[in-house]
Design a protein around this ligand. Structure first.
Ligand code: BGC
Length: 766
């Protein structure tokens, strides 16, 4: 069989030793940095080393109890001495309960680094990490961006890159050089409570957005020592998002074929983009907690993918190996399993048990010194590259743009492209600015529901730290049409009726009712759900208003697509705002009243039925049995869908060849015309399908896309290219392969067949 490219074995070899990074990654290491590490490590004791591998929460350094720190927050100097000097803990994370001011951050980080650098013998600075996932969301008055799923709806990676850059700047302004972002788990299950933290259900879109965000955080050349860049942390490797139950941190069963074809590529792209750290999945996959899976952590991640950065546990996950997963009896066994599998740093996160026990494991010969040295080398590599030895603390005083107008504008621009128009019957939208409106529903007058989780607090459910002056949807609608033309009635909370009949009476005689629905704020297990349908109270609100005959426009602010098919026929307009962030209210009103022509497109399938949660790239078997009055795959709105206030016409889909040898790129071109009377942005989406393949081909797969500006009446020819690798799938022998044969390229409603004629199948590396 002809193989064009030498291939690495796909079935991971469990006999390979933990601890070494692949030769390919070694080739990329900077010799100056490596020799500096040699110098530092030559002076380090075992205590220094196990300390470096420990990460504790700020709780462990503060007055109060873990999870319940005293207010106002204050560092406890005795604890600092014990943790940072006596036990030499190398990394601290998190915030104690709620966002801090940038001044308080500076005080905290300065004090911590003073202990690490001046009081600890080795003088190695601390690596502080934070969940800055949609802006620097744990610093008061930082710029808050749309959450990741919302960003994916823009189909504009450049906007995510800008979000990353601003976040890097403002995180450095808070004295912190490391964010636990992006999430690269594929959002294939709409029930999952972290769906909104993902870039959606498609591998290609998610990989492109993830790559852009990494570059935004780290810089085009990953110059993380620059004081305006930070280190990123890809998470949660691997298979986290597809639990059987749809609930957080429950079991997942993912065959290797699927793992490699769907779940590895997003991480691979970000590793190739230079991301410096990675966090491991808290769950268990195929009966093995990922934190103990050497095949995943060492063979695949470090050796095959060549990752040379820090492999970090998620929260308390080594302890969970005995308290939850039951693959170990105690801390000793759990730490041994995890470190030998390839973990470099443990997010313990509250006590010194890991540090003490790891030392004992080394002394007992259960963990090798070479494994420890590999981990410490990786940690020091990141600390050196971040410039922490030279500048352990950055000061907010050097970051005048923190939380300012320029950054708010970047968030606003992104939010404008997030807003996705899903229904516009009888051209109900855009609404007239001279009308009178009812604004109602639980998400109409809340900044928290626009921002979601990880906003000032973990769950994002407190209002105390919200940025002053930001506009809810209600505020922004009032700005468009004047206070006197808006009646606001809450109608319902997220789950309970409040004054539905008052809302219905207020709807009478109005130009339209803007009904703002959605979800409460949540993340992780707190967002586990029993029913994906929109809560009954919200459906009741729509039904009651529908009876008045006033046209209804629904606006969803939600992290998951809550099923609302029961009322969908009763509404004229539907807008999906996702979790658009602090500027999302303004952006929503811009679209409602036509100041912005919507250009968001769904990065997920919006389901119609709670038992039909099939992603768009399903197999053809998902569509059979329609003859027996069963519905084929029929989402409420498909992946990639979104309307505009103008119209686009596609024509002239052409390939440079219909008999392709797969050696040079296949060039695809298509004409796109704006045939309406408004300027707009269109997302040109290119899908392919394989007619016949040795593994059942997907119905269609997104292979390329481009977001273009088109003026009213303008026509452009869009060119996209495909490599043979773009059509590859993971075959029966677990190798990436593109098989010769017939394919179709699909753009909008146009289809063009071509044939790949190679002498044999084409194989590719991971
Ligand atoms: C979450 C991670 C997060 C970490 C640190 C965990 O519970 O799963 O996504 O980065 O906490 O806050």
């Amino acid at each position: 069989m002809l193989c064009w490219i030498a291939l690495l074995a796909f079935s991971c070899d469990s006999s390979s030793t933990g601890g070494s990074s692949s030769s390919s990654s070694k080739a990329n290491l900077d010799p100056d940095v490596e020799s500096r590490i040699d110098g530092i490590m030559s002076k380090m004791t075992l205590d220094d080393k196990v300390g470096e591998m420990t990460q504790l929460s700020i709780d462990a350094l503060s007055y109060g109890e873990p999870y319940q720190l005293d207010e106002p927050h204050k560092l406890h100097l005795d604890k600092m001495q014990e943790v940072l000097v006596d036990y030499k803990v190398g990394s601290i994370l998190n915030v104690g309960g709620h966002a801090y001011t940038k001044e308080h951050w500076e005080e905290i980080i300065t004090t911590i680094q003073d202990y690490a650098v001046n009081k600890k013998a080795s003088g190695i600075p601390v690596l502080y990490g934070i969940d800055a996932i949609h802006g620097t969301n744990y610093t008061v008055d930082a710029t808050l961006f749309p959450q990741q799923l919302a960003q994916a709806a823009t189909w504009n990676p450049e906007l995510s890159k800008i979000a990353g850059r601003v976040t890097a700047y403002e995180t450095r302004a808070s004295g912190i050089p490391w964010t636990f972002s992006p999430v690269l788990d594929l959002g294939k299950d709409p029930r999952w409570p972290r769906l909104w933290e993902t870039f959606g259900e498609d591998v290609h879109l998610s990989s492109k957005m993830g790559e852009a965000l990494v570059k935004g955080y780290e810089g085009d050349n990953n110059e993380i020592g620059d004081k305006e860049q930070i280190a990123s942390c890809m998470k949660h490797f691997l298979g986290y998002s597809v639990t059987m139950s749809g609930k957080d941190r429950t079991e997942a069963w993912v065959p290797e074929r699927m793992l490699r074809e769907y779940f590895v590529p997003g991480f691979k792209k970000a590793i190739d983009a230079g991301s410096h750290t990675i966090m491991i999945c808290s769950g268990e996959m195929n009966g093995i907690p990922v934190h103990t899976d050497k095949k995943i952590l060492t063979d695949l991640l470090k050796n095959e993918l060549g990752f040379d950065g820090i492999v970090l546990t998620d929260w308390e996950d080594i302890k969970y190996l005995y308290s939850r997963h039951r693959v170990a009896e105690n801390d000793y066994d759990a730490i041994k399993l995890a470190i030998n599998a390839g973990i470099d740093m443990s997010m313990v996160p509250m006590d010194l048990s890991f540090t003490k026990t790891l030392k004992k494991l080394v002394e007992d010969g259960e963990v090798s010194m070479s494994r420890i040295d590999d981990a410490v080398r990786r940690i020091l590599r990141v600390k050196i590259k971040l410039g922490l030895f030279e500048t352990p603390v950055t000061s907010y005083k050097d970051y005048p743009k923190f939380g300012g107008e320029e950054h708010a504008e970047a968030s606003y621009k992104a939010a404008q492209e997030v807003i996705t128009l899903l229904k516009n019957e009888d051209g109900v939208l855009p609404l007239s600015k001279s009308g009178k409106y009812l604004v109602t529903g639980p998400t109409a007058n809340s900044m928290n529901y626009l921002n979601g989780g990880w906003t000032n607090t973990w769950q994002g459910d407190k209002t105390d730290w919200n940025t002053e002056g930001k506009k809810t949807i209600l505020d922004a609608v009032k700005d468009k049409v004047g206070d006197g033309n808006v009646t606001y009635v809450e109608g319902t909370t997220i789950n309970e009726a409040k004054n539905i009949s008052a809302a219905a009476s207020a709807a009478r005689g109005k130009t339209a009712a803007i009904v703002c629905l959605g979800e409460h704020t949540y993340t992780e297990f707190v967002g586990n759900l029993e029913d994906l349908a929109l809560p009954k109270a919200q459906l009741d609100l729509v039904n009651a208003i529908a009876k008045t005959g006033t046209p209804i426009v629904l606006v969803f602010a939600e992290g998951r697509p809550r099923v609302f098919s029961a009322v969908e026929p009763k509404v004229k307009g539907v807008i999906m705002a996702f979790l658009p962030g602090n500027e999302g209210g303004r952006a929503t009103a811009d679209v409602l009243f036509g100041d912005v022509n919507p250009s968001g497109r769904l990065p997920i399938s919006y389901p119609r039925h709670v038992n039909s949660l099939v992603p768009y790239d399903h197999k053809r078997t998902a569509m059979v049995h329609t003859d027996f009055s069963m519905e084929a795959v029929n989402p409420q709105y498909p992946f990639g869908y979104g309307l505009s206030y103008t119209t686009y016409e596609y024509s002239n889909l052409k390939l440079n060849t219909e008999k392709w040898d797969g050696k040079s790129p296949l060039e695809v071109s298509v004409d796109v015309a704006n045939t309406g009377d408004r300027d707009g942005k269109e997302v040109v989406q290119l899908y392919t399908t394989d007619y016949v393949a040795s593994i059942t081909p997907s119905n269609r797969r997104l292979r390329a896309f481009d977001k273009i500006d088109l003026k009213a009446g303008e026509k452009k020819t869009v060119k996209l290219t495909l490599d043979a690798r773009d059509l590859a799938f993971v075959g029966r022998d677990l190798r990436w392969v593109t098989e010769s044969g017939k394919f179709a390229v699909m753009v909008d409603k146009l289809t063009q067949d071509f044939e790949l004629i190679a002498n044999d199948n084409l194989y590719f590396e991971e």
